[in-house]
Design a protein around this ligand. Structure first.
Ligand code: NAD
Length: 321
């Protein structure tokens, strides 16, 4: 039985991870630490909120003393760190909070993990730390860190701190770098829920620039399985790329959503591009496949079907946000 502290468990991926893990590993216990910013909602976790092996603390990871109380009370054995400011557009408007939460917040966690002898730590990072690609190729774990947005810079800085805690203090930690996730419980500012929401209301669908930016899409449950593997079997000091092998341009995604919902492409409206908009991301996920036996299981068509069905069935959840 493992006591796992999950940060950001009320957010999109964190809540999917908690629901997935609580079901699969019912003898483990889960401590969710989340500040409940605009992006976090406990409604995502109603299925487990009454479970004996689940506890929630509303704590901001920027405040080390508050975070330390959780460590003293709970004595976690492992940490999976999702909590972050995660939206690139917001980072362009206000980089400071990204440095505070994503860098200082991570440093606070690392310090406490070290102080309280936490046996295993997983840092959930992003492919955006590698910057942008041309038409060909994909990022490997050895690719240079060349972040282009304040969000990506803050995640890269956090990753480097994790590395130093392994090298300098001997913390047992791994880093995962994942491509774009999609699925249930994603806050509506992100591409898929934003487009689904606008399409359902027959509102214009705003597409940045020429719509030809490419992202590699991964269904969130596949991501959760990958993190589970890294948590249980990953090696300390290692980085694991996680990808969906599903490269799509933004305009392809938008057109697909309109098609599934039976809406007209006339709703598409091209808007001024995001500054520093990375053109293409693609991940080489051979390492996690070869070393930990993970690969995505849910095809893009199946994942899209499930995602759109979920948003249609959970309109109330969407309206509340
Ligand atoms: P999200 O924005 O949906 O959720 C973030 C959660 O962190 C929220 O519940 C929020 O309340 C919490 N949080 C924010 N600031 C906090 C603070 N100071 N203290 C405590 N809690 C705080 O994000 P997400 O999409 O679920 O992403 C989770 C992690 O995965 C992030 O670290 C992100 O960088 C990484 N990631 C996301 C994607 C993606 O496609 N969504 C892809 C790769 C990596």
């Amino acid at each position: 039985m493992l006591k796992i502290l999950v940060t950001g468990g009320a957010g999109f991926i964190g809540s999917n991870f908690l629901l997935f893990m609580a079901k699969k590993h019912s003898s483990d216990s889960f401590i969710n630490v989340d500040a409940l910013t605009y992006a976090g909602s406990l409604q995502n976790l109603t299925d487990i909120q009454e479970c004996e092996n689940y506890r929630f603390y509303r704590v901001d990871i920027r405040h080390k003393e508050e975070l330390e109380v959780v460590f003293q009370r709970e004595g976690p054995e492992a940490i999976v760190h999702f909590a972050a400011e995660s939206h690139v557009d917001r980072s362009i408007d206000n980089p400071r909070i990204f440095a505070e939460t994503n860098v200082i917040g991570t440093l606070n966690l690392l310090d406490l993990a070290q102080k309280y002898h936490v046996a295993r730590y997983v840092q959930v990072s992003t492919d955006e730390v590698y910057g942008t690609l041309g038409r060909e190729g994909s990022f490997t774990e050895e690719s240079s860190l060349l972040p282009n947005s304040p969000y990506a810079a803050s995640k890269a800085a956090a990753d480097l701190f994790v590395r130093t805690y392994v090298e300098t203090y001997g913390l047992d930690a791994s880093i995962t770098r994942c491509t774009n996730n999609y699925g249930p419980y994603q806050f509506q500012e992100k591409l898929m829920p934003l487009m689904i929401g606008h399409a359902l209301k027959n509102k214009p669908l705003p597409v940045y620039g020429d719509g030809l930016n490419v992202r590699d899409w991964l269904y969130v449950e596949d991501h959760c399985r990958a993190i589970e593997q890294v948590l249980k079997n990953g090696k300390s000091g290692e980085v694991y790329n996680i990808g969906g092998n599903t490269e799509r341009t933004n305009i392809e995604i938008v057109k697909l959503i309109l098609k599934i919902l039976g809406k007209s492409e006339d709703l598409i409206t091209f808007v001024k591009d995001r500054p520093g908009h990375d053109r293409r991301y693609a991940i080489n996920a051979n390492k996690i496949k070869q070393e930990l036996g993970w690969e995505p299981k849910i095809s893009f068509s199946k994942g899209m079907e499930r995602t759109i069905k979920w948003y249609l069935e959970n309109e109330k959840w969407c309206m509340k946000l």
